[in-house]
Design a protein. Sequence first.
Length: 182
Amino acid sequence: MTLHRKILLGELGQVFRDVVLNRLVASGAVPRKVRTTLLRRSGHDIHPSALMNAGVFLGSWRGLTMGERVFVNYRCFFDLGSTVTIGRDTRIGYESMFVTCGHEIGGESDRAGRPVDSPITIGAGCWIGARVTVLPGVRIGDGCVIASGSVVAADCEPNGFYAGVPAIRKRCLPTDLSTDEL
């Protein structure tokens, strides 16, 4: 197969993905439970109790894993150059972005150097506010709250409240364990 033909088939695959996943399945005309079923059948690992609102963008046929009772609000973006794993009972606010693709810094004639994809992992019981951006390779620990508008550029330790650009730990959050159980 010629290089030109491979490029054309790759572009047609992206168009097909965008039409099927990001227009039809993501449409508000598709009920949330049906959307979840269709996404599982397309290759994503989504628990049947998870819910995804309309307008979510998925950059690949595979790569999204959602645990039990995860909720993803309207117009979130998952580029899926690498995997995004979301733990059970996590809630994600409007228009949040999960960016797994990046670049090394290149030479002065082309600063966007070699592409690098790194997975994102979000623990159980997290609350990701509206318009949060999570950058490649980040791990958000269980029980974290990420304030709206934050940019998460580094790992977040469990049970912390993080805010800012870049997001930093502002305070510790209480846990369900009593001191006797520790």
